[in-house]
Design a protein around this ligand. Structure first.
Ligand SMILES: O=C(O)CCC(=O)C(=O)O
Ligand SMILES: [Fe+2]
Length: 294
């Protein structure tokens, strides 16, 4: 049905043996095993899915997150974007659902259109498990004692304010993972900038800490850069990875569709997102729980 090849430095690519092959023919339990092991699974050369089919496919993993615009986000570049995801600038490293009370387990993309030239627009993924495993014990200790407060205004479909420990525990594998949203995105200052505060750090210390940390997240030792080809499907483990995007250069045509998959049975209803905001004074304790702060 497919041949597999490793992506670098992590991830697995499943190349379909026939253009009529469907991703639906790959058993979901095999997919979940591959996701646990490789954290990102790319499926190439399979036939495309219509919106309804794509939603049915994603629903086999669990209930879908239903945003204001529905379950499928159409990612296309717009002239006057309300959210920088739709602009041509880079997207900072983050995890999806950072401002939600329920974090998607997986995100799945289908690429309907992509230029083939070398002109940016790769989706970037950092393997945070490997990142922590390869860090020094001193760094790990320091990070384990760091919590970061983030806030952003709602410009399109998300906003909120959360305080999250920099090192979290993966809810399914039990491994330590990094939860981090990158500030200082020069391409996102007008649309929805991320404000950040680290308790117990002076502004200058905070700045040098963040610059060093961000540099490391982009190291090729832990980062897989996905260059899209029309027809690609990509599913990834949102608890283990952080992701972002490189700047899109001129004239690139790019159309991705994205679905967020939550945890639960296939016949669970889609769920609407619940945001954590400042006025609710809710603080995330780990990746899945929240508690009220006094
Ligand atoms: O456009 C991309 O490559 C990534 C966008 C993104 O972060 C998302 O859809 O969650
Ligand atoms: Fe994202």
């Amino acid at each position: 049905m497919y041949n597999s090849a490793g992506a670098q430095p992590f991830g697995i690519i499943l190349n379909s043996s026939s253009s009529t092959g469907s991703i639906s023919d790959i058993p979901i339990n095999e997919m979940i095993d591959m996701l646990d092991e490789h954290k990102a699974v790319i499926m190439r050369g399979f036939h495309p899915l219509l919106p309804e089919e794509f939603m049915n496919y994603a629903n086999r993993y669990g209930p879908l997150l239903k945003w204001e615009f529905g379950e499928i986000l159409n990612l296309r570049i717009e002239k006057k974007p309300l959210n920088h995801l739709f602009g041509s600038g880079r997207v900072e490293m983050h995890w999806d659902g950072a401002y939600l009370t329920e974090v998607p387990r997986f995100s799945v993309f289908q690429c309907l259109e992509s230029s083939t030239e070398e002109n940016g627009g790769e989706t970037l993924f950092t393997d945070t498990v490997k990142f922590l495993e390869q860090a020094s014990a001193d760094d790990r200790d320091k990070w384990a004692n760091t919590a970061i407060s983030y806030s952003t205004q709602k410009a399109a479909h998300y906003s909120g304010a959360v305080t999250v420990p920099l090192v979290g525990v993966h809810p399914y594998t039990g491994k330590q993972v990094v939860r981090f949203i990158e500030p200082y995105n020069e391409d996102n200052l007008d649309v929805n900038p991320v404000h950040i505060h680290i308790d117990g750090m002076e502004p200058t210390e905070q700045e040098s800490f963040l610059k060093d940390f961000i540099n490391r997240l982009y190291k090729p030792d832990y980062m897989y850069r996905h260059r899209w080809q029309k027809g690609d499907f990509l599913i990834y483990d949102n608890n283990a990875l952080l992701h972002g995007r490189s700047k899109i250069e001129e004239n690139i045509s790019r159309h991705l569709q994205r679905i967020h998959i939550l945890v639960g049975e296939q016949n669970d209803q889609s769920r609407v997102p619940i945001f954590i905001t400042d006025d609710q004074k809710v603080k995330r304790v780990n990746n899945t729980e929240t508690s009220t702060v006094d």
